[in-house]
Design a protein. Structure first.
Length: 221
């Protein structure tokens, strides 16, 4: 049975989108336009009451949350090597993925949607400014992580194969440009993002979602 992925262009759902492309599995994509409020419709709420993407549907089975979807897709396509096989390396990959998902990602949410945390515009401005600084620090940490992997001779963040860490790193770096953080200040990360974007399977996901890696460049006349 064909897998179905509900995604929004440029959102964190890009990670499982890339994993499906990398796995070679048969799948369908269903775009949810967040800016039009499609995640709040009764039809989508019936699939995910939280009104969030990504959502992966496999027959009668419905999964949300990137970490859960990552583990499921890896189990369905073990030959794709989406995650390392070695127990320690696998745990390390999940450690990094969890950090991206539960620390870096929420920090960007404070940058992008400060109104979620206060109705006061002055407070919102403070939240955004503080979160932008924290987000810059997170990207610096990710830049260091990429440099360490390169020094170990590992082509991808989890070892020898492209996977969810690389797709998430691309997403987080791209979001950094939305926060007006110039990506070249993270040279190892930015180079890795461009390498990841050039991967044949990941490039298909980028094309489908019509993503621009550096939104700051896109804004220039």
């Amino acid at each position: 049975m064909t897998l179905k992925l509900y995604f929004s262009p440029g959102a964190c759902s890009f990670v499982p989108h890339c994993m499906l492309e990398l796995s070679g599995a048969s799948f369908e994509t269903h775009m949810i336009k967040l800016h039009k409020g499609e995640h709040r419709t009764p039809e989508f709420r019936a699939i995910n009451p939280e009104g969030q993407v990504p959502v992966l549907v496999d027959g009668e089975r419905v999964l949300t949350q990137i970490v859960a979807i990552t583990l499921y897709l890896d189990s369905l396509s073990p030959n794709a090597h989406l995650l390392p096989v070695d127990p320690y390396e696998r745990a390390r990959a999940m450690q990094t993925l969890s950090w991206m998902n539960n620390t870096v990602h929420p920090t960007f949410t404070h940058v992008f949607r400060p109104n979620n945390y206060s109705p006061d515009r002055a407070v919102q401005a403070d939240i955004k400014a503080h979160a932008t600084l924290r987000y810059q620090q997170h990207l610096q940490t990710l830049d260091t992580l990429v440099a360490e992997q390169i020094s170990l001779g590992r082509p991808w963040l989890a070892g020898d194969h492209a996977g969810p860490l690389d797709a998430y790193a691309l997403t987080l770096c791209r979001w950094g440009t939305i926060a007006e953080l110039e990506p070249t200040q993270f040279p190892s990360l930015w180079a890795h993002v461009q390498k990841t974007a050039a991967h044949t399977d990941i490039a298909r996901a980028i094309s489908t979602e019509r993503l621009v890696l550096n939104t700051l460049e896109a804004k220039k006349p």
